[in-house]
Ligand binder design. Structure first.
Ligand code: HEM
Length: 327
Protein backbone atom coordinates (compact mmCIF):
# COMPACT_ATOMS: atom_id res chain seq x y z
CA UNK A 1 0.00 0.00 0.00
CA UNK A 2 1.41 3.42 -0.94
CA UNK A 3 1.09 5.87 1.93
CA UNK A 4 1.63 9.19 0.25
CA UNK A 5 -1.77 10.74 1.13
CA UNK A 6 -3.45 10.53 4.51
CA UNK A 7 -0.10 9.30 5.76
CA UNK A 8 -0.99 8.81 9.44
CA UNK A 9 -4.17 6.77 8.97
CA UNK A 10 -2.46 4.73 6.27
CA UNK A 11 0.43 3.94 8.58
CA UNK A 12 -1.97 3.01 11.36
CA UNK A 13 -3.75 0.62 9.02
CA UNK A 14 -0.48 -1.04 8.09
CA UNK A 15 0.54 -1.33 11.72
CA UNK A 16 -2.84 -2.81 12.63
CA UNK A 17 -2.56 -5.41 9.92
CA UNK A 18 0.92 -6.23 11.15
CA UNK A 19 -0.56 -7.07 14.55
CA UNK A 20 -3.57 -8.88 13.13
CA UNK A 21 -1.70 -11.28 10.91
CA UNK A 22 0.15 -13.19 13.64
CA UNK A 23 -3.05 -13.52 15.68
CA UNK A 24 -4.81 -15.18 12.79
CA UNK A 25 -1.78 -17.27 11.96
CA UNK A 26 -1.31 -18.66 15.48
CA UNK A 27 -4.86 -18.80 16.70
CA UNK A 28 -6.36 -19.81 13.34
CA UNK A 29 -9.13 -17.27 13.99
CA UNK A 30 -10.13 -18.83 17.29
CA UNK A 31 -10.06 -17.01 20.57
CA UNK A 32 -11.17 -17.42 24.14
CA UNK A 33 -14.42 -15.53 24.66
CA UNK A 34 -15.32 -15.26 20.97
CA UNK A 35 -19.03 -14.90 21.84
CA UNK A 36 -18.49 -12.32 24.59
CA UNK A 37 -20.28 -9.58 22.67
CA UNK A 38 -22.66 -11.45 20.34
CA UNK A 39 -23.89 -13.98 22.89
CA UNK A 40 -22.45 -13.17 26.30
CA UNK A 41 -24.22 -16.02 28.07
CA UNK A 42 -23.33 -18.68 25.52
CA UNK A 43 -20.91 -20.63 27.71
CA UNK A 44 -23.19 -20.32 30.76
CA UNK A 45 -26.12 -21.65 28.73
CA UNK A 46 -24.10 -24.66 27.57
CA UNK A 47 -23.03 -25.34 31.13
CA UNK A 48 -26.56 -25.06 32.49
CA UNK A 49 -28.09 -27.38 29.91
CA UNK A 50 -25.29 -29.88 30.42
CA UNK A 51 -25.80 -29.84 34.20
CA UNK A 52 -29.46 -30.73 33.59
CA UNK A 53 -28.53 -33.44 31.10
CA UNK A 54 -26.00 -35.05 33.43
CA UNK A 55 -28.44 -35.02 36.33
CA UNK A 56 -30.77 -37.09 34.13
CA UNK A 57 -28.12 -39.20 32.37
CA UNK A 58 -24.70 -39.11 34.08
CA UNK A 59 -23.41 -41.77 31.70
CA UNK A 60 -23.31 -39.24 28.88
CA UNK A 61 -20.13 -37.56 30.12
CA UNK A 62 -17.92 -40.11 28.33
CA UNK A 63 -19.72 -40.13 24.98
CA UNK A 64 -19.84 -36.33 24.87
CA UNK A 65 -16.14 -35.93 25.57
CA UNK A 66 -15.43 -38.50 22.85
CA UNK A 67 -17.68 -36.75 20.33
CA UNK A 68 -15.44 -33.67 20.11
CA UNK A 69 -12.45 -35.97 19.42
CA UNK A 70 -14.30 -37.78 16.63
CA UNK A 71 -15.39 -34.46 15.17
CA UNK A 72 -11.89 -32.98 15.16
CA UNK A 73 -10.15 -36.01 13.68
CA UNK A 74 -12.26 -36.04 10.54
CA UNK A 75 -12.24 -32.84 8.44
CA UNK A 76 -11.22 -30.87 11.54
CA UNK A 77 -13.38 -29.50 14.33
CA UNK A 78 -16.25 -28.29 12.18
CA UNK A 79 -19.24 -30.26 13.35
CA UNK A 80 -19.31 -32.77 10.47
CA UNK A 81 -19.87 -35.64 12.90
CA UNK A 82 -23.27 -34.18 13.75
CA UNK A 83 -24.72 -34.10 10.24
CA UNK A 84 -27.44 -36.51 9.17
CA UNK A 85 -27.50 -38.01 5.70
CA UNK A 86 -30.70 -39.02 3.91
CA UNK A 87 -28.74 -41.92 2.41
CA UNK A 88 -26.98 -42.92 5.64
CA UNK A 89 -23.66 -41.91 4.19
CA UNK A 90 -22.48 -39.37 6.76
CA UNK A 91 -19.68 -39.71 9.32
CA UNK A 92 -22.10 -40.76 12.03
CA UNK A 93 -23.08 -43.76 9.89
CA UNK A 94 -19.52 -45.12 9.90
CA UNK A 95 -18.99 -48.15 12.16
CA UNK A 96 -16.57 -46.44 14.60
CA UNK A 97 -19.23 -43.78 15.17
CA UNK A 98 -22.09 -46.20 15.82
CA UNK A 99 -21.08 -46.18 19.47
CA UNK A 100 -21.24 -42.38 19.76
CA UNK A 101 -24.11 -41.20 21.93
CA UNK A 102 -25.53 -37.85 22.93
CA UNK A 103 -26.53 -36.31 19.60
CA UNK A 104 -29.86 -35.29 21.11
CA UNK A 105 -28.04 -33.54 23.91
CA UNK A 106 -26.18 -31.40 21.40
CA UNK A 107 -29.54 -30.58 19.80
CA UNK A 108 -30.86 -29.61 23.21
CA UNK A 109 -27.94 -27.26 23.83
CA UNK A 110 -28.34 -25.80 20.34
CA UNK A 111 -32.05 -25.14 20.89
CA UNK A 112 -31.29 -23.26 24.09
CA UNK A 113 -28.59 -21.20 22.36
CA UNK A 114 -30.77 -20.43 19.34
CA UNK A 115 -33.45 -19.15 21.70
CA UNK A 116 -30.98 -16.79 23.40
CA UNK A 117 -28.94 -15.72 20.34
CA UNK A 118 -30.21 -17.01 17.01
CA UNK A 119 -27.60 -17.93 14.41
CA UNK A 120 -24.56 -17.06 16.51
CA UNK A 121 -23.01 -20.13 18.17
CA UNK A 122 -21.71 -22.85 15.87
CA UNK A 123 -22.30 -26.55 16.45
CA UNK A 124 -18.54 -27.17 16.27
CA UNK A 125 -18.05 -24.77 19.19
CA UNK A 126 -20.86 -26.43 21.11
CA UNK A 127 -18.93 -29.72 20.89
CA UNK A 128 -15.77 -28.06 22.20
CA UNK A 129 -17.59 -26.36 25.09
CA UNK A 130 -19.55 -29.47 26.01
CA UNK A 131 -16.33 -31.54 26.05
CA UNK A 132 -14.77 -29.09 28.52
CA UNK A 133 -17.89 -29.15 30.68
CA UNK A 134 -17.73 -32.98 30.75
CA UNK A 135 -14.16 -32.86 32.00
CA UNK A 136 -15.12 -30.44 34.75
CA UNK A 137 -18.34 -32.26 35.67
CA UNK A 138 -16.40 -35.48 36.27
CA UNK A 139 -13.74 -33.84 38.42
CA UNK A 140 -11.14 -32.65 35.92
CA UNK A 141 -9.63 -29.19 35.86
CA UNK A 142 -11.37 -26.43 33.94
CA UNK A 143 -9.67 -24.73 31.00
CA UNK A 144 -10.52 -21.83 28.72
CA UNK A 145 -11.99 -23.04 25.45
CA UNK A 146 -11.13 -21.19 22.28
CA UNK A 147 -14.23 -20.51 20.19
CA UNK A 148 -15.02 -18.97 16.81
CA UNK A 149 -15.28 -22.19 14.79
CA UNK A 150 -17.77 -22.24 11.95
CA UNK A 151 -19.66 -25.30 10.78
CA UNK A 152 -18.77 -27.26 7.67
CA UNK A 153 -21.35 -28.67 5.29
CA UNK A 154 -19.77 -31.95 4.21
CA UNK A 155 -19.83 -35.26 6.07
CA UNK A 156 -18.69 -38.48 4.41
CA UNK A 157 -18.98 -41.92 5.93
CA UNK A 158 -15.88 -43.40 4.31
CA UNK A 159 -13.70 -40.59 5.66
CA UNK A 160 -14.67 -41.54 9.22
CA UNK A 161 -14.29 -45.22 8.43
CA UNK A 162 -10.74 -44.84 7.21
CA UNK A 163 -9.67 -41.75 9.18
CA UNK A 164 -10.63 -42.61 12.75
CA UNK A 165 -7.79 -44.49 14.38
CA UNK A 166 -8.95 -47.99 15.36
CA UNK A 167 -8.65 -49.37 18.91
CA UNK A 168 -6.34 -52.05 17.53
CA UNK A 169 -3.76 -49.42 16.51
CA UNK A 170 -0.16 -49.92 17.63
CA UNK A 171 2.07 -47.09 18.80
CA UNK A 172 3.45 -46.43 15.32
CA UNK A 173 -0.02 -45.97 13.83
CA UNK A 174 -1.14 -43.86 16.78
CA UNK A 175 1.83 -41.52 16.54
CA UNK A 176 1.42 -41.20 12.77
CA UNK A 177 -2.30 -40.42 13.07
CA UNK A 178 -1.66 -37.70 15.62
CA UNK A 179 1.30 -36.20 13.81
CA UNK A 180 -0.77 -36.03 10.63
CA UNK A 181 -3.11 -33.68 12.52
CA UNK A 182 -0.33 -31.56 13.94
CA UNK A 183 -0.55 -33.13 17.38
CA UNK A 184 2.44 -34.20 19.44
CA UNK A 185 3.31 -37.47 21.12
CA UNK A 186 2.59 -35.70 24.40
CA UNK A 187 -0.90 -34.77 23.14
CA UNK A 188 -1.39 -38.46 22.31
CA UNK A 189 -0.59 -39.75 25.76
CA UNK A 190 -2.36 -36.90 27.56
CA UNK A 191 -5.58 -37.13 25.56
CA UNK A 192 -5.63 -40.91 25.76
CA UNK A 193 -6.17 -40.08 29.42
CA UNK A 194 -9.73 -39.24 28.30
CA UNK A 195 -10.28 -42.96 28.80
CA UNK A 196 -10.37 -42.22 32.51
CA UNK A 197 -14.12 -41.90 32.03
CA UNK A 198 -16.68 -43.83 30.04
CA UNK A 199 -17.30 -47.28 28.72
CA UNK A 200 -16.42 -49.46 25.76
CA UNK A 201 -18.36 -52.10 23.90
CA UNK A 202 -16.87 -55.59 24.14
CA UNK A 203 -16.56 -55.56 20.37
CA UNK A 204 -13.84 -52.88 20.62
CA UNK A 205 -11.43 -55.26 22.38
CA UNK A 206 -12.87 -58.78 22.06
CA UNK A 207 -10.06 -59.77 19.71
CA UNK A 208 -7.72 -59.41 22.68
CA UNK A 209 -9.73 -61.98 24.63
CA UNK A 210 -10.64 -64.57 22.05
CA UNK A 211 -8.78 -64.27 18.79
CA UNK A 212 -5.64 -62.21 19.03
CA UNK A 213 -3.63 -63.80 16.24
CA UNK A 214 -6.43 -65.70 14.51
CA UNK A 215 -5.71 -68.89 16.49
CA UNK A 216 -8.27 -68.46 19.26
CA UNK A 217 -5.63 -67.01 21.59
CA UNK A 218 -5.63 -63.95 23.84
CA UNK A 219 -3.35 -60.92 23.91
CA UNK A 220 -0.24 -61.75 25.98
CA UNK A 221 0.23 -58.07 26.79
CA UNK A 222 -3.05 -58.08 28.74
CA UNK A 223 -3.05 -59.25 32.37
CA UNK A 224 -4.44 -62.80 32.55
CA UNK A 225 -6.63 -62.07 35.61
CA UNK A 226 -8.10 -59.09 33.80
CA UNK A 227 -8.73 -61.26 30.74
CA UNK A 228 -10.59 -63.78 32.89
CA UNK A 229 -12.75 -61.04 34.36
CA UNK A 230 -13.47 -59.49 30.98
CA UNK A 231 -14.44 -62.87 29.55
CA UNK A 232 -17.17 -63.13 32.19
CA UNK A 233 -18.68 -59.92 30.82
CA UNK A 234 -17.95 -60.29 27.12
CA UNK A 235 -18.86 -63.40 25.18
CA UNK A 236 -17.32 -63.91 21.72
CA UNK A 237 -19.12 -61.77 19.11
CA UNK A 238 -20.82 -59.70 21.83
CA UNK A 239 -21.88 -56.43 20.18
CA UNK A 240 -23.90 -54.82 22.97
CA UNK A 241 -22.34 -55.21 26.42
CA UNK A 242 -20.56 -52.19 27.86
CA UNK A 243 -17.46 -52.45 30.02
CA UNK A 244 -15.89 -49.70 32.13
CA UNK A 245 -12.71 -48.33 30.56
CA UNK A 246 -11.31 -47.37 33.95
CA UNK A 247 -12.89 -49.91 36.33
CA UNK A 248 -14.03 -48.44 39.63
CA UNK A 249 -13.94 -44.78 38.64
CA UNK A 250 -15.75 -44.67 35.35
CA UNK A 251 -17.36 -41.32 36.05
CA UNK A 252 -14.40 -39.70 37.71
CA UNK A 253 -11.75 -37.83 35.80
CA UNK A 254 -8.64 -39.04 37.63
CA UNK A 255 -5.29 -40.69 36.90
CA UNK A 256 -6.40 -44.26 37.58
CA UNK A 257 -6.35 -44.93 33.84
CA UNK A 258 -2.59 -44.29 33.83
CA UNK A 259 -2.15 -46.48 36.92
CA UNK A 260 -3.76 -49.38 35.08
CA UNK A 261 -1.53 -49.29 32.01
CA UNK A 262 1.73 -50.64 33.53
CA UNK A 263 -0.36 -53.25 35.34
CA UNK A 264 -1.23 -54.46 31.83
CA UNK A 265 -4.84 -53.48 32.31
CA UNK A 266 -5.30 -50.98 29.53
CA UNK A 267 -8.55 -52.10 27.91
CA UNK A 268 -7.82 -51.30 24.26
CA UNK A 269 -4.72 -52.22 22.28
CA UNK A 270 -4.27 -48.48 21.72
CA UNK A 271 -4.18 -47.98 25.50
CA UNK A 272 -1.57 -50.72 26.09
CA UNK A 273 0.45 -49.30 23.20
CA UNK A 274 1.35 -46.26 25.30
CA UNK A 275 3.84 -48.50 27.09
CA UNK A 276 5.71 -49.11 23.83
CA UNK A 277 7.25 -45.67 23.30
CA UNK A 278 9.86 -44.10 25.53
CA UNK A 279 8.20 -40.67 25.52
CA UNK A 280 4.67 -41.85 26.28
CA UNK A 281 6.02 -44.30 28.85
CA UNK A 282 8.05 -41.58 30.56
CA UNK A 283 4.92 -39.41 30.77
CA UNK A 284 2.92 -42.27 32.31
CA UNK A 285 5.66 -43.02 34.82
CA UNK A 286 5.87 -39.39 35.86
CA UNK A 287 2.12 -39.04 36.37
CA UNK A 288 1.94 -42.26 38.35
CA UNK A 289 4.90 -41.30 40.52
CA UNK A 290 3.65 -37.80 41.21
CA UNK A 291 -0.08 -38.47 41.52
CA UNK A 292 -0.83 -36.75 38.24
CA UNK A 293 1.21 -33.62 38.99
CA UNK A 294 0.70 -32.15 35.53
CA UNK A 295 -1.93 -34.36 33.87
CA UNK A 296 -4.98 -32.30 34.81
CA UNK A 297 -3.48 -29.09 33.48
CA UNK A 298 -1.91 -30.85 30.47
CA UNK A 299 -5.28 -32.22 29.49
CA UNK A 300 -6.70 -28.72 28.98
CA UNK A 301 -3.67 -27.69 26.91
CA UNK A 302 -3.92 -30.76 24.69
CA UNK A 303 -7.68 -30.29 24.29
CA UNK A 304 -6.94 -26.77 23.00
CA UNK A 305 -4.41 -28.23 20.56
CA UNK A 306 -6.91 -30.81 19.35
CA UNK A 307 -9.64 -28.16 19.14
CA UNK A 308 -7.58 -26.24 16.61
CA UNK A 309 -7.41 -29.03 14.04
CA UNK A 310 -8.71 -27.93 10.64
CA UNK A 311 -11.06 -25.29 11.95
CA UNK A 312 -13.17 -23.15 9.65
CA UNK A 313 -13.26 -19.53 10.79
CA UNK A 314 -14.12 -16.02 9.65
CA UNK A 315 -16.82 -15.99 7.00
CA UNK A 316 -16.17 -19.47 5.60
CA UNK A 317 -18.66 -22.25 6.33
CA UNK A 318 -21.79 -21.37 8.26
CA UNK A 319 -23.41 -21.37 11.66
CA UNK A 320 -25.98 -24.12 11.44
CA UNK A 321 -29.44 -23.47 12.79
CA UNK A 322 -29.91 -27.16 13.52
CA UNK A 323 -26.77 -29.20 14.22
CA UNK A 324 -27.86 -32.27 12.27
CA UNK A 325 -28.40 -30.47 8.97
CA UNK A 326 -26.85 -27.76 6.86
CA UNK A 327 -28.80 -24.50 6.59
C1 HEM B 1 -5.70 -42.63 20.89
C2 HEM B 1 -6.63 -42.96 20.05
C3 HEM B 1 -7.98 -43.39 20.51
C4 HEM B 1 -8.60 -44.55 20.20
C5 HEM B 1 -8.08 -45.63 19.28
C6 HEM B 1 -9.86 -44.55 20.89
C7 HEM B 1 -10.79 -45.57 20.81
C8 HEM B 1 -11.90 -45.66 21.61
C9 HEM B 1 -12.82 -46.77 21.60
C10 HEM B 1 -12.77 -47.97 20.67
C11 HEM B 1 -13.73 -46.54 22.56
C12 HEM B 1 -14.88 -47.45 22.96
C13 HEM B 1 -16.06 -47.21 22.05
C14 HEM B 1 -17.14 -48.26 22.28
O1 HEM B 1 -16.88 -49.42 21.98
O2 HEM B 1 -18.23 -47.92 22.78
C15 HEM B 1 -13.42 -45.28 23.17
C16 HEM B 1 -14.13 -44.71 24.18
C17 HEM B 1 -13.88 -43.45 24.65
N1 HEM B 1 -12.93 -42.58 24.20
FE1 HEM B 1 -11.43 -43.02 22.95
N2 HEM B 1 -9.96 -43.42 21.62
C18 HEM B 1 -8.86 -42.66 21.41
C19 HEM B 1 -8.63 -41.40 21.91
C20 HEM B 1 -9.54 -40.69 22.64
C21 HEM B 1 -9.45 -39.29 22.92
C22 HEM B 1 -8.39 -38.37 22.38
C23 HEM B 1 -10.51 -38.98 23.71
C24 HEM B 1 -10.89 -37.65 24.29
C25 HEM B 1 -10.03 -36.74 24.66
C26 HEM B 1 -11.24 -40.18 23.94
C27 HEM B 1 -12.32 -40.28 24.74
C28 HEM B 1 -13.06 -41.43 24.91
C29 HEM B 1 -14.11 -41.57 25.89
C30 HEM B 1 -14.51 -40.55 26.92
C31 HEM B 1 -14.64 -42.83 25.72
C32 HEM B 1 -15.81 -43.46 26.45
C33 HEM B 1 -17.06 -43.26 25.59
C34 HEM B 1 -18.35 -43.73 26.21
O3 HEM B 1 -18.47 -43.75 27.42
O4 HEM B 1 -19.27 -44.06 25.42
N3 HEM B 1 -10.65 -41.19 23.24
N4 HEM B 1 -12.30 -44.76 22.57
Amino acid sequence: MACSKLFLSCLLLQLTSLFLVPEVAHGLGLKVGFYEKACPNAEAIVKEVMAQVLSEAPGLSGPLLRMHFHDCFIRGCEGSVLLNSPTNNAEKNAIPNHSLRGFQTIDRVKTALEKACPGIVSCADILALVARDMVVATGGLSYDVETGRRDGNVSIMTEALTGLIPPTANITALKAGWAQRGLSVKDLVVLSGGHTIGTSHCSSFNNRLYNFTGKGDSDPSLDSHYIARLKLRCKPNDQTTLVEMDPGSVRTFDIKYFDLLPKRRGLLTSDSALLDDSETKAYLDLQIKTGGSTFFKDFGVSMLNMGRIGVITGTAGEVRKVCSKVN
